[in-house]
Design a protein around this ligand. Structure first.
Ligand code: MTE
Length: 319
């Protein structure tokens, strides 16, 4: 069997390959075909199309109103230059080792301050709303950025299903902890499992996306298969990968990077060119694939939709 990492080392376009997971998840995608009424055409694929290695999915290219018009980063960059410490701290480690992760039968429990705690499988989550393609900027705290065409649904759709109680003020995201499958977890590079958190209004914001795919295909493992978060106005580390638990809480949850180094990584971590990282400026960023740096925008350019949530807050104190 062709290993994923050997695919990603080439410049093969997604339309020229048929990742194993796409085949395995055909049942799910067939179901999305039925969901295509809502505007995004997701045709059911035939066995033949798979055999002919045609693009497994073709989407209506109409962009979401939240999408940027900027040029997308290449599939090859998006899937070969990653941060996923569960598979090592090097940027190439996730593409090399994440094929070890078995995502079959994956479930996500949504628990805590909710009236109806529930365990969702991936199909159930995806059937709550039609999947949307949203082209978002991703700005990493290390001052590089990409533009990624994600495929997912607003997290609010899941949270509304479980009915948050009046005490739910925060949402915690817990990634898989399984050192057998995740070699990076055999080292104390972080206090495992990887945890992240948002305030409830941030989690309910329409930009916050629970993501299952990119470039019209299921997420490659190195990008956080089978389910990850994408919070485009925050530094990339807030976008947790391979999530197994979503917990609504009354108190601010502990988050991995804030716990490991509170002076460098705050709970909010909104992209902000005016607040430097203690070891480097955040004023500029290098788009992967480009030579010249560009200015970083407040809230990564998403102010229109998110600045209202931070009125009256001192963003240098709450960095
Ligand atoms: N999620 C988990 N579970 N583990 C990680 O190490 N890295 C974060 C975030 N989510 C990380 C994670 C960081 S630092 C970034 S920049 C983004 O994932 C990178 O996402 P990408 O590799 O899909 O570009």
């Amino acid at each position: 069997m062709m290993r994923l990492n050997s695919i990603f080392k080439t410049d093969t376009r997604p339309s020229e390959i048929t990742p194993k997971k796409v085949l395995e998840s055909r049942r799910s995608w067939m179901k999305y075909g039925a969901l295509s009424l809502a505007g995004i055409a997701l045709p059911a694929r035939s066995e033949d199309a798979v055999k002919e290695k045609k693009s497994p999915l073709s989407f209506d290219k109409q962009k979401s109103k939240y999408s940027t018009n900027e040029e997308k980063s290449s599939y090859s960059d998006i899937t070969s230059y990653n941060n996923f410490y569960e598979f090592g701290t090097g940027k190439e480690d996730p593409a090399q080792y994440a094929h070890q992760l078995n995502t079959d039968g994956w479930t996500v429990e949504v628990v805590g301050e909710v009236l109806k705690p529930r365990i969702f499988d991936v199909d159930q989550m995806m059937s709550l709303a039609p999947l949307e393609e949203r082209i978002y900027r991703l700005r990493c705290v290390e001052a590089w950025s990409m533009v990624i065409p994600w495929l997912g649904l607003p997290l609010s759709k899941i949270l509304n299903e479980v009915q948050p109680t009046g005490n739910a003020r925060f949402v915690e995201f817990v990634s898989l902890h399984d050192p057998e499958q995740m070699p990076g977890q055999r080292r104390p590079s972080l206090d495992w499992p990887y945890t992240e958190g948002l305030r409830i209004d941030e989690a309910m914001n329409p930009l916050t996306l629970l993501t299952m795919g990119l470039y019209g295909e299921l997420l490659p493992n190195q990008n956080g298969a089978p389910v990850r978060l994408v919070v485009p106005w925050k530094y990339g580390f807030k976008s947790s990968k391979s999530i197994v638990t979503i917990r609504l809480t009354e108190h601010q949850p502990r988050t991995s990077w804030n716990h490991s180094n509170p002076s460098e990584y705050g709970f909010y971590s909104n992209v902000n060119p005016n607040v430097s990282h203690p070891r480097w400026s955040q004023r500029k960023e290098r788009r992967i694939g480009e030579f010249f740096k560009r200015d970083t925008e407040l809230f990564n350019g998403y102010s229109e939709w998110v600045s209202g949530m931070y009125g009256g807050m001192d963003l240098s104190a709450h960095f």
